[in-house]
Design a protein around this ligand. Structure first.
Ligand code: SME
Length: 180
């Protein structure tokens, strides 16, 4: 019967994992870098309405980033302390209005900070949209320093987000803020 002590990586296996990690990181970095000009191009195309542009951004991200399974925008409802669902791709959600402070999205509306959730089951203040979701990332959108909304991404993969996602999504939010 093998014991836990037998479950050790030998040096060659460890090197392979390190290599795989570096490979994955490089691949993701290249994917994000390749997507940036496409995001810019969607945002600068004024032939489409703002909602059409935002939907195109959602589709682009969901299509190219394998662990982005639901991609959408929430925006502040005027001066009310609530968020309204904007364009999105993925399973339809009942949560079209989210009060400030409620769920991951509502908390970001108050904190003005990125919120990365590696495991949604570990969160008390979480609004479940689908049982397949394992992780979530929310990044705020600022216009003239004011938090006016956010991009919200759900993943069916556990703990998939890194700082590379945060930097990339900050880039996306910065572009989006120029058309809001
Ligand atoms: N899970 C979010 C709600 C929005 S859905 O993910 C689309 C939250 O806790 O705020």
């Amino acid at each position: 019967m093998p014991s836990i002590n037998d479950v050790k990586l030998n040096k060659t296996e460890y090197r392979n994992y390190t290599f795989l990690n570096t490979f994955t990181k490089t691949f993701l970095f290249m994917t994000f870098e390749a997507l940036k000009p496409q995001v810019s191009s969607i945002i600068s195309n004024t032939e489409h309405t703002v909602n059409e542009q935002l939907l195109k951004v959602c589709k682009l991200l969901e299509k190219h980033i394998e662990y982005y399974n639901w991609v959408g925008f929430y925006f502040r409802n005027g001066e009310k302390e609530e968020l309204i669902l904007g364009p999105y791709v993925g399973a339809p959600t009942d949560h079209t209005v989210i009060p400030f402070g409620k769920g991951i999205c509502g908390q970001v509306a108050v904190s003005n900070k990125n919120f990365v959730v590696p495991d949604v089951t570990a969160q008390d203040n979480y609004i479940a949209c689908s049982i397949t979701v394992k992780a979530e990332i929310v990044v705020p959108i600022f216009v003239n320093g004011k938090n006016i909304g956010q991009i919200d991404i759900d993943s069916n993969t556990p703990d998939p987000f890194t700082e590379a996602d945060e930097r990339f999504l900050e880039f996306v939010c910065d572009k989006v803020s120029s058309i809001i």
